[in-house]
Structures are given as structure tokens and as C-alpha cells.
Design a protein around this ligand. Structure first.
Ligand SMILES: NC(=O)c1ccc[n+]([C@@H]2O[C@H](COP(=O)([O-])OP(=O)(O)OC[C@H]3O[C@@H](n4cnc5c(N)ncnc54)[C@H](OP(=O)(O)O)[C@@H]3O)[C@@H](O)[C@H]2O)c1
Length: 232
């Protein structure tokens, strides 16, 4: 079997860069394409780095048109958590729009231009990093209106992709991932000393194992780092 081609979007982030490294270390991987808003250098002969504006459809179209092969795995590790609301009194239109732009729209637009690049001839996977707080049934604390809503919307998009893409690519498996609580630029401002944090490398190792196990039965679902399904 020929080796795998991987694409990782958000490759400068804590978890994104750890995932890039993890995949370059695999013997069965040929190339890892690393996309970031600002081009990053990854010193590994399997890694190919590109800059990309996830919200610019011309940039997405031009970039995807340059790729004349299929990806076996596409991972999106993009997101932000800025000034989360403790109460509805803290909500502003700007905050809400920022969270949708950082957590929801990138996957929607990357899907538009890169889902057609998923391998149709063997099992191929497309996963985006969501968050447990995007689950409506798991919401016991409230708050964080914009971030929660942006991740719930992301989960809906993942489900929609799973339904639509499966009609034309029976080999595709599309799912969401919760990475655990991980030390990163995103989580640092909310650091709770009573909580255990994964390093990005530990989280990437867990996520790698979860991604490996996914089958057609998992299409459209969300899984945590421990491979437990997170219900909507
Ligand atoms: N850390 C946690 O505890 C935790 C928990 C649950 C879920 N998550 C999810 O895991 C994913 C990765 O987060 P991380 O912890 O690795 O955070 P991170 O180190 O801050 O990385 C997030 C990456 O997202 C991209 N990004 C940030 N703001 C953006 C914006 N406004 N518009 C477009 N892209 C933006 C950037 O990638 P580029 O600069 O490469 O483009 C950034 O490096 C996110 O989806 C996050 O919601 C994290």
C-alpha cells in the first residue's frame, strides 16, 4: 500500500504542531502538509509548510487547486477562546463574531475546498478539533456563550459534512475531536492550578490513537482524547 499523505491546518498552534510532529514520525506517512496563517518552519523532510488565510476563499481555492493528489487524513486544529462571557451581560456582537470566525468558519471553508481532496480509493479521514463545552447535553455550568455556541455550530457542520460527503465518497470518515485540557496559548489565561493539563504532545498522542481507530460507524460523531463519544 502506498504511504499516507496528511494535511494539518493550524500547524503553528500547540496541538497542531504536536500533531504535525507526530505524523512526520510515522513510517507509513509520505508527506505532512502543514498550513498556518503565518508560514512556520518544521525541520523534517516529510513536512511541507504553507501560509493560508482560512477565511479567504480565493486563497483557499488557489491553494487547493495546486494540490494534485489526495489526502488520507485532514486535521484541523484551529480555534481561539478570548474573553469568554461569565454572564449574558458580558456578551457583545464583536465577541460572538470573533468566536465564530476562529472556531467555526475555518472548518466550514476548509471543508468546502479540501473535502474533495480526500482519498476516494481507500479509507480517508477528516477531523476538526472541537471541545466538550460544545455539547448541549454536557452543559451543566452555563457561561462562555460565544465559545460554546461556536463549537456547537462546528459539531453541526461536522455532522452535515459526514452526511453530504459520504454520498460521493464512501471511504470518507468525518468526525470531531476533544483534545482534553491542554497547555496552550488558548488555555493559558484560564489556567486552574487544581486541574491536570496535558502537554500538547500527550494530547497529540491520544488523538493520534483515536484517529487510528475510526471506522465508517464513527462518521459525523465527536470523540474525546480517551476515545469516548461526546453526545450532542
Ligand atoms: N487547549 C485546550 O485545553 C483545548 C480544549 C478543548 C478544545 N481545544 C481546541 O483545540 C484546538 C487547538 O487549540 P490549541 O490549544 O492548540 O490552541 P493554540 O495553541 O492557541 O492554537 C490554535 C491555533 O488556531 C489558529 N487560530 C487562532 N486564532 C485564530 C483566528 N482568530 N482565526 C483563525 N485561526 C486562528 C492558530 O493557528 P495558525 O496560526 O497556525 O493558523 C493557532 O495557533 C482549538 O480548536 C481549540 O478550541 C483546546
Amino acid at each position: 500500500m502506498s504511504k499516507l499523505n496528511i494535511a494539518i491546518f493550524g500547524s503553528s498552534g500547540a496541538i497542531g504542531s504536536a500533531l504535525c510532529k507526530k505524523y512526520t514520525e510515522q513510517d507509513n506517512v509520505e508527506k505532512v502538509f502543514c498550513f498556518s496563517r503565518k508560514k512556520t518552519e518544521i525541520h523534517n523532510k516529510k513536512a511541507f509548510c504553507f501560509s493560508l488565510n482560512y477565511l479567504d476563499e480565493e486563497d483557499l481555492l488557489t491553494t487547493s487547486n495546486k494540490i494534485n493528489f489526495s489526502f488520507d487524513i485532514i486535521l484541523i486544529s484551529i480555534g481561539a477562546l478570548l474573553n469568554p462571557e461569565k454572564s449574558i451581560k458580558d456578551l457583545t456582537v464583536e465577541k460572538f463574531n470573533n468566536m465564530i470566525s476562529a472556531n467555526t468558519l475555518p472548518t466550514l471553508l476548509i471543508g468546502k475546498y479540501f473535502l474533495p481532496k480526500l482519498n476516494k480509493n481507500r479509507i480517508s479521514k477528516f477531523a476538526s478539533l472541537s471541545a466538550r463545552v460544545g455539547s448541549i447535553s454536557d452543559n451543566f455550568l452555563g457561561g462562555w456563550y460565544s465559545y460554546r455556541a461556536s463549537k456547537s455550530a462546528l459539531n453541526m457542520i461536522i455532522k452535515n459534512f459526514a452526511i453530504e460527503i459520504n454520498r460521493t465518497n464512501k471511504n470518507s470518515i468525518i468526525f470531531g475531536l476533544h483534545p482534553g485540557t491542554v497547555t496552550s496559548k488558548l488555555s493559558d489565561p484560564f489556567k486552574n492550578n487544581n486541574k491536570n493539563y496535558f502537554s500538547p504532545e500527550t494530547s497529540a498522542n491520544y488523538l493520534f490513537n483515536v484517529i487510528e481507530t475510526k471506522t465508517n460507524n464513527d462518521n459525523g460523531k465527536i470523540f474525546d482524547w480517551n476515545n469516548q463519544e461526546i453526545l450532542p
